[in-house]
Write a protein that binds this ligand. Structure first.
Ligand code: GLY
Length: 304
């Protein structure tokens, strides 16, 4: 069976001076996931490894380096889904977990529940042996400065302006392993200056992520409220099955997203046979991918 991996590092109007860091971060994540797949790792192993790398890089809005909410605090969301079993795990509004993708995987594997939030999710983390961190360690100077500037603004920008001008660097990965199993994972600090407790699409099964070996797997990035209303990840997976093409499915799903709701975002996906697809309605979608028919990871900021 053909192996494949694709990762994303956000969809927005990424400024030129940040292009290199987005490309290198996505490339490093895809290479780490690919190496695991080549060593016999599962799709869930590859997804977790790739997402953890991007959570640890301060350039992305995930893990350390995430946006601050209106209270000046980082609140993280993440989710993971296994396409073989349809088992899923998600966490939201956690403040003391540096790698929430790993906590989501523990929920997937060890909890009878799918979705844990806030303090309850952190108590589950402690019981599962996932380390809790100092919330201050998740904040980088760039984000503190952005927050200070926003707080001083009389008129906050409307949400659509944020996705054109402000970072929206949610991260995610989709993988297919040698046994033909698909998996997907997503992680984010959410939107800049969000209301405390706000949760977007990223951890929500069907919206920010979906994986089913019988259909395909997809991860979304962009304006979460719009992605939730269009159930974009499941829409993409359904279209992989309908059209028999990951590339066409990504383009059809994003065309619908854009046409129906003025959607701002992007999607990455893999079909059960290992075809890779990606599309975006924003100026850029940071991403990187590799499949069996390629000799190295390709990283790019725009779809074909
Ligand atoms: N897509 C990330 C969010 O809206 O939270």
């Amino acid at each position: 069976m053909a192996a494949a991996i694709i990762v994303h590092g956000g969809a927005w109007d990424i400024p030129t001076e940040l292009h290199a860091d987005h490309l290198s971060g996505c490339r490093a994540a895809a290479e780490a996931g690919w190496e695991l797949l080549m060593r016999g790792g599962t799709a869930t192993d590859a997804v977790e490894a790739a997402v953890r790398i991007m959570e640890d890089l301060p350039v992305f809005d995930a893990g350390r380096g995430s946006h601050l909410n209106a209270d000046g605090v980082v609140e993280l969301d993440a989710g993971m889904m296994d396409g073989k079993t349809l088992m899923a795990g998600a966490v939201a509004s956690v403040k003391r977990v540096a790698n929430p993708i790993s906590l989501a995987r523990h929920v997937l594997q060890e909890s009878p529940h799918v979705f844990l939030v806030g303090e309850g999710a952190e108590r589950f983390a402690q019981a599962a042996g996932v380390p809790l961190c100092d919330p201050e360690s998740l904040i980088v100077p760039r984000e503190r400065e952005l927050w200070n500037r926003r707080r001083a603004e009389a008129e906050p920008q409307p949400p659509a302006a944020l996705f054109h001008s402000e970072p929206a660097d949610t991260v995610g990965a989709v993988a297919l392993d040698a046994d033909g199993n698909l998996a997907v994972g997503n992680s984010t600090g959410g939107t800049f200056y969000k209301h405390p407790g706000r949760v977007g699409d990223t951890p929500i099964i069907g919206c920010g992520l979906y994986a089913d070996n019988a259909l395909g797997a997809a991860a979304c990035t962009g304006w979460g409220e719009q992605i939730m209303k269009t159930v974009l990840a499941k829409t993409t997976a359904d279209h992989i099955a309908l059209l028999g093409s990951a590339r066409d499915a990504a383009h059809v799903a994003i065309a619908y997203f854009e046409h129906r709701i003025g959607g701002l975002g992007g999607v990455i996906c893999i079909s059960p046979s290992g075809q890779i697809g990606f599309a975006h309605s924003t100026p850029y979608l940071a991403h990187a991918y590799r499949s069996d028919d390629m000799t190295e990871v390709v990283a790019s900021l725009t779809a074909d």
